[in-house]
Design a protein around this ligand. Structure first.
Ligand code: GCB
Length: 597
């Protein structure tokens, strides 16, 4: 509870920090889609980018012009080149791109008539990993990070006809990247989420956050930010179902900060989600959103939603459609993945290990599934590198600013399994502080490691010093898979020095669907079933346990997982197979979850 109060104070002090130019709720804005087939040039040597003869105009040779002088590259022509679907990863679209890590140039032409006084933004839902964007021969900028949105203001460049948009997409892994070289998921490259043109007035509502005060559920609070620091602009918030209308004016930062008492509000609850239509008015424009309101607090190891303790019956999910062997995107995919979680009996999902697409979060909001949202600070990134830190902080900011109005999200996770040492503590501590500053209304966590003293091998401690800076203590454990056999769980005693909610953010074992044997034969469904049976017995003995999210909902693609005939580039810890079949362990967990109220 204490930490939440501190957060509220921080919020008051830092209100003027809401200055990052990040747009939200693009789904409900006036947009034109640039999705569809884009022409591509596969450029494994990055000739389009690095050429000492073309320093001044690296993009130039891809312009769709007749060669006019010797500097034009006659070998390349977008118009007769192949195409790829946008949104979409390239790996699943062409067999020869399955393992491709390098650059692909994407091109799309379009017409657009922009009326006087309007503003046009070019918005990308996500590009993995790096994007360099050029419009009509001018470089707009670059973006690093594969799972969050970004945009450019193209008002001054747009022309009525034949706009020529080029994006160099590069998915090479880098030691100083986030994530770094080594992960356990497929490095899907491409323009993996929507590309939209957003038309707005020159002054418009850029971003906002509406929430209930965690200590006083009758108090609605928040802020609305314009795209410019303009004072005295009238803002009105309407929630017709509550007969609520709040009016006010922006301050010198272009921000309207408000609070208002609310009566008879039906709160958003897990599995009973109530969303309100909210209308934000500025001048003659109205921006609509569907927002749920709830409180979240902690007391000792309890996690309370609307003052009621909740046990997190969770599952981890990768953003992948196993049957399509492709990145998941859109409402249909979200419905399948989250539908599986509901069938399993979950009230909670951990969206691992990076921000999932916005459809996923909106679907969780309307299904009533609580969400753990994470950034890809994973394993051994360069904790001592300032630029790497900046990158992680940028991803955190982009993630929070996109999703802060989704009631389903209760936890911002700042990373997964990061080794304990001083540089890393500094790095993670700063991320935790940043997350609180950006959103003082939610809990902060990270999936940490377990610590065992050789002198006492069966007492497992969760005592990572990072825990001081977190609201929820979470750790991954693999007793019975990487760590002994399933029966080892009987001997383990769990201890944590933190009096905070305690969650197992992962536990799991591999099994190939349809492979049967006895319960001690690895990779069989029976082993995985036995693993879950033993784990559940252990979990039931931990009085301070607040929840879990086993690893993982469905089998997922990973280059690390090669065992022929069993893995074949799939991590097999899914409770559901790559063809969507439920493995035996699925029913073990389902049965347990059904008994927990
Ligand atoms: C972990 C990682 C997860 C892996 C999993 C595994 O601890 O957090 O990304 O996929 O283990 O299967 O080993």
């Amino acid at each position: 509870m204490k930490s939440i109060i501190t957060l509220a104070l921080l919020h008051i002090i830092n209100i003027s920090l809401y200055a990052e130019p990040m747009i939200n709720n693009v789904i409900n804005r006036n947009t034109t889609s640039l999705n569809g087939k884009w022409n591509i040039i596969i450029d494994p040597y990055d000739n389009g980018y690095y050429d000492y003869r073309m320093q001044e105009n690296p993009w130039g040779f891809f312009r769709n012009q007749k060669p006019t002088d010797k500097s034009d590259r006659v070998e390349y022509d977008f118009d007769c080149s192949e195409t790829l679907n946008v949104p979409g990863d390239w790996n699943s679209q062409k067999a020869e791109l399955l393992f491709y890590e390098g650059s692909i140039w994407y091109k799309r032409s379009f017409d657009y008539t922009l009326n006087n006084g309007k503003r046009l933004l070019l918005w990308f839902g996500a590009v993995n990993y790096r994007a360099d964007v050029y419009l009509n021969g001018k470089k707009l900028g670059s973006h690093e990070g594969g799972f969050t949105p970004f945009y450019f203001d193209i008002t001054s460049l747009i022309q009525d006809k034949n706009n020529f948009l080029i994006v160099r997409v590069n998915n090479q892994r880098h030691p100083d990247g986030v994530p770094t070289i080594n992960t356990d998921w497929w490095n899907y490259g491409g323009i993996t989420r929507d590309v939209l043109l957003i038309e707005e007035d020159s002054i418009f509502i850029l971003n906002y956050h509406l929430y209930l005060n965690n200590q006083n559920p009758n108090l609605l609070q928040g802020w609305i930010q314009l795209n410019d620091k303009i004072a005295n602009e009238k803002i009105q918030i309407d929630i017709p179902e509550l007969k609520l209308s709040i009016q006010g004016k922006t301050d010198e930062n272009g921000i309207f900060v408000f609070e208002s008492n609310v009566k008879h509000l039906v709160r958003w609850e897990p599995l009973k989600p109530k969303l309100y239509s909210v209308f934000l008015r500025h001048r003659q424009n109205v921006l609509k959103d569907n927002i749920g309101f709830r409180t979240i607090t902690t007391a000792g190891n309890q996690l309370l939603i609307n003052e009621k303790p909740v046990f997190l019956k969770g599952i981890c999910i990768h953003e992948e459609m196993p049957m399509r062997k492709a990145r998941a995107n859109g409402y249909d995919d979200a419905k399948v993945l989250l539908g599986w979680a509901l069938e399993l009996g979950c009230n909670f999902v951990r969206l691992a290990h990076y921000p999932h697409n916005e459809y996923m979060v909106r679907m969780a909001d309307s299904m009533g599934l609580l969400v753990w949202s994470e950034i890809p600070v994973y394993w051994t990134i360069q904790f001592g590198n300032r630029q790497t830190y900046q990158l992680a902080e940028q991803m955190l900011t982009e993630n929070i600013r996109r999703d802060q109005n989704r009631a389903c999200i209760i936890i911002w996770s700042i990373g997964n399994e990061t080794p304990v040492h001083q540089e890393r503590i500094e790095f993670m501590k700063n991320l935790a502080l940043k997350a609180r500053q950006l959103d003082p209304t939610r809990l902060i966590s990270a999936a940490m490691e377990v610590h065992v003293n050789p002198s006492d091998p069966f007492t497992y401690h969760v005592d990572d010093p990072l825990g001081e800076y977190l609201d929820v203590i979470a750790c991954n454990e693999y007793v019975g898979w990487y760590d002994g056999l399933p029966a080892k769980t009987e001997k383990i005693k769990w201890q944590t020095k933190y009096n905070k909610p305690f969650v197992f953010s992962e536990l799991g074992a591999g099994a190939l669907f349809g492979y049967h044997g006895d319960s001690l034969t690895r990779w069989t469904e029976e082993y995985q079933e036995y693993f879950f049976t033993e784990q559940i017995k252990m979990l039931q003995q931990i009085p301070f346990l607040t929840g879990l999210s086993p690893w993982v909902l469905a089998d997922f693609r990973s280059p690390r997982r090669q065992l022929p005939g069993i893995q074949d580039f799939w991590n097999r810890k899914g409770l559901i197979s790559d063809q969507g079949q439920r493995k035996k362990a699925f029913y073990v967990l389902q049965k347990w979850y059904q008994t927990i109220k």
